[in-house]
Design a protein around this ligand. Structure first.
Ligand SMILES: [Zn+2]
Length: 174
């Protein structure tokens, strides 16, 4: 039996002429296969797509906005508490220094100036030593050690960048 045109008509849901409809009806009476297909087609056509309740999208938007605002509020208070606790700890740690500064500002300034000067001299000495080392070391360090060091540095930087990227990524996924 040839089912071809009837199957196509039903599956593609085409507009049929009166003659085609008559042919289809007479074929369906004789062919159980196409009759079953017609039954499935009818069931699919009568099954309506379930629409969401009216205003669902609006309510969802409102709830989402409220949740976001609550999240922002929590973030703000968390940040404030963090800042206050850090300030408290820092001022507690820095209190002896602050006390010295308040007691004798001139002494403190001169101490700091001498400290900065010694740091400056120390850095200069370190720079000179470093430049000497850079000139001397390559003569007795094999090149593969430099390659290894460069490789390790590159891997470490990659890890560092990745971890920063991951840390900054997490809070966005709400
Ligand atoms: Zn058929």
């Amino acid at each position: 039996m040839n089912h071809r045109p009837f199957e196509d008509w039903m599956l593609e849901d085409l507009a049929m002429t009166a003659e085609q409809k008559r042919d289809l009806q007479s074929h369906l009476r004789t062919c159980t296969q196409c009759a079953a297909l017609a039954g499935v087609n009818l069931a699919l056509a009568s099954a309506r797509v379930v629409a969401p309740a009216a205003g669902f999208a609006d309510r969802f938007q409102v709830r989402l906005a409220a949740q976001r605002q609550a999240q922002r509020k929590r973030n703000f208070w968390g940040f404030l508490i963090l800042v206050i606790s850090v300030m408290t700890v820092l001022s507690w740690l820095a209190w002896p220094i602050l006390k010295v500064v308040l007691d004798s500002p001139v002494d403190f300034l001169s101490t700091w100036l001498s400290y900065l000067l010694s740091l400056w001299f120390w850095l200069q000495a370190l720079g000179q030593a470093g430049s000497v080392l850079l000139r001397v070391i390559p003569t007795f360090v094999p090149p593969y050690v430099w390659a290894l060091a460069a490789f390790a540095l590159a891997g470490w930087s990659l890890l560092w960048v990745l971890s920063i990227w991951k840390l900054t990524k997490i809070p966005q996924g709400v």
